[in-house]
Structures are given as structure tokens and as C-alpha cells.
Design a protein around this ligand. Structure first.
Ligand code: A2P
Length: 279
């Protein structure tokens, strides 16, 4: 499955409060899709932040009134992009994603323009090597950060790890990484700095060149051997983590075992965590 639809000038646009219009939808698998929406002119955000987005819920059976159904979604597009991109799971009985998976170009989407989040450069102390640890749709904030030249200015090496169940679920991340080299705008912004990026995708349920959870591959030293690099240390390494609750907890434990401390906007340190938002 790889269906893609785009907004054309002929597509009518309906409006809601805080409403933006869907401009493009691409389905990767029966569990994953990406979509783009118009960006409010006043919206400024830092790469890695999230916003609340959603749709109107079903009418209340008694009053007939509809309430917005909102969830936190990491912005996957870079801050210089004129549209906003989101990457989402589809959950058959998820209150929002059961509806969201059917959006089409031209449809309205509610977007509260108040970006927040901890996966931002400001929450980390300066370092030499930056790790992005993602599972599933947790790659979304890193898709934004990877297209932000500051990421490449601030570090000597950037390592993106992405663990998914199967190969098809890696497609979005792989395409973002490939676009850093093929997209004219990205080539202009990054130049040779793109060579600082190391992409380390792994699968857990389907055969691929690198199998296993990233947590296991860190704990048994496989990642360091594969990449020919030193172990993680608090002096040189910084990390951002975004995935399932299990991944977030396990990576926290591993990073703290290497001596890294959790940071926040108000108190930068060596690593930061955000949970991947699904629903
Ligand atoms: P696994 O297949 O072993 O559960 P999901 O699709 O359920 O969100 O999972 C995405 C990926 O994250 C899967 O490859 C899954 O591996 C992996 N994963 C789930 N929990 C953890 C964890 N605690 N540490 C590392 N990887 C995890």
C-alpha cells in the first residue's frame, strides 16, 4: 500500500475554529500514514515540538452538539516549511485515528497553534554526538529535527535509530533520510554536513539487515561494534528518545547507566524523552 492524494485548486475547503486544510495524504501501511496541512501564518515552533490536532467528534445523541476530539501530535516538518506535516498510526477503535485515517485533501483539521515539547535543542547541554532513538511513529519529531540545520551545526555526528515491527513500517523514516540527500532545498541547507548522519534502522518481527530491539542492541554492544564507535558517555553524547512507553523507560535506564541525566527546557542536561502520541 502506498496511496497518495493531493489538494488541487478545485478542492472545496470547509472551515472550523482553529481550522486548517489537509493538503496531502499518504498511506504507507494499514497501520501508518502521513498527512500535510496548511500552516497558520502566526505559528512559530521549535523543531521537535508538538501541537494538539484533531477533528470534530460525533454529535452528542441527546443535545446534538459536537466537541473537538484532540490529541498531541509531533510536528514532523521543519520549522522553515510553509506547510505542517504529521505522521500517524491508525487504530481501528481509536477515538481520533479511526476517523483521522479517512481524511482527504481539502478536509478541515483542527489545529491549536500552541507548540510545546521537550525534544528540543534548548533542553540539551552542548555535546559532540546526538542520538535519536525512535520506535514506530516516534520518528516524527526527528523528521523535523533532521531537516533543521541547527542539528548538523551543533554536533559532529547524529545517529538516528528507528525500530519497527516490519520493513514497510520503516518506509517513512527511510524516505525522510533519503530526502536529505535528494531534495534540492535540503542539499542547499546541509551541504556536506549530511555526512554526519548515521541511519540505523532495525526490525523486530520481519527479517531485515538488522534485527532486534534497539535496547537489546545497545545493551549487548552490537550498535557500537556495527558503527565502529565508542560507547555512550556523558561527556560526549546527547540523546532524544521518542517511542512506546516501554522503549522510553528502557532507554532511560540504559542512558542513565551510561551516566546521562534527563534534561528539560528549564534545566538542560544530557538526554530528553517524549512519549509517542497515539490514539
Ligand atoms: P517488538 O516487536 O519486540 O514488540 P509498536 O508497533 O508496538 O509500537 O512497536 C514498535 C517497535 O518498538 C516494535 O519493533 C517493538 O518491538 C519495539 N518495542 C516495543 N517495546 C520496546 C521496548 N521496551 N524497547 C525497545 N523496543 C521496543
Amino acid at each position: 500500500m502506498n496511496e497518495r492524494s493531493k489538494l488541487t485548486d478545485a478542492t472545496p475547503i470547509r472551515t472550523l475554529p482553529d481550522s486548517q486544510a489537509v493538503t496531502e495524504v499518504q498511506h504507507y501501511t494499514d497501520r501508518l500514514f502521513r498527512f500535510r496541512v496548511t500552516r497558520p501564518a502566526s505559528l512559530r515552533f521549535r523543531s521537535g515540538e508538538f501541537v494538539m490536532i484533531g477533528l470534530m467528534g460525533d454529535p452528542d445523541p441527546k443535545t446534538g452538539r459536537q466537541k473537538p476530539l484532540l490529541r498531541a501530535y509531533s510536528i514532523a516538518s521543519p520549522s522553515w516549511d510553509e506547510e505542517l506535516e504529521f505522521y500517524s498510526i491508525k487504530v481501528a477503535d481509536g477515538p481520533l485515528t479511526s476517523k483521522l485515517q479517512h481524511i482527504k485533501p481539502g478536509d478541515p483539521l483542527i489545529l491549536r497553534p500552541k507548540p510545546v515539547g521537550t525534544l528540543v535543542h534548548d533542553a540539551l547541554l552542548p555535546g559532540k554526538r546526538l542520538w535519536f532513538f525512535a520506535t514506530g511513529t516516534g520518528i516524527a519529531p526527528f523528521a523535523s529535527l533532521l531537516r533543521d540545520p541547527q542539528t548538523f551545526d551543533d554536533y559532529d555526528q547524529i545517529i538516528l535509530t528507528h525500530t519497527c515491527r516490519d520493513v514497510a513500517e520503516l518506509t517513512y523514516g527511510r524516505e525522510v533520510v533519503e530526502s536529505l540527500r535528494s531534495d534540492e532545498m535540503m542539499r542547499e541547507l546541509l551541504g556536506d554536513a549530511i555526512e554526519k548522519l548515521v541511519y540505523y534502522p532495525t526490525t523486530t518481527r520481519e527479517q531485515s539487515p538488522k534485527m532486534g530491539r534497539i535496547t537489546t542492541l545497545l545493551e549487548d554492544g552490537t550498535v557500537f561494534r556495527d558503527l565502529g564507535i565508542d560507547c555512550i558517555s556523558a561527556q560526549t553524547d546527547r540523546a532524544m528518545v521518542c517511542g512506546s512507553i516501554g522503549l522510553n523507560l528502557d532507554i532511560k535506564r540504559i542512558l542513565e547507566g551510561f551516566g546521562l541525566r534527563e534534561g528539560a527546557n528549564s534545566e538542560p542536561a544530557e538526554y530528553v524523552v517524549e512519549k509517542a502520541f497515539v490514539g
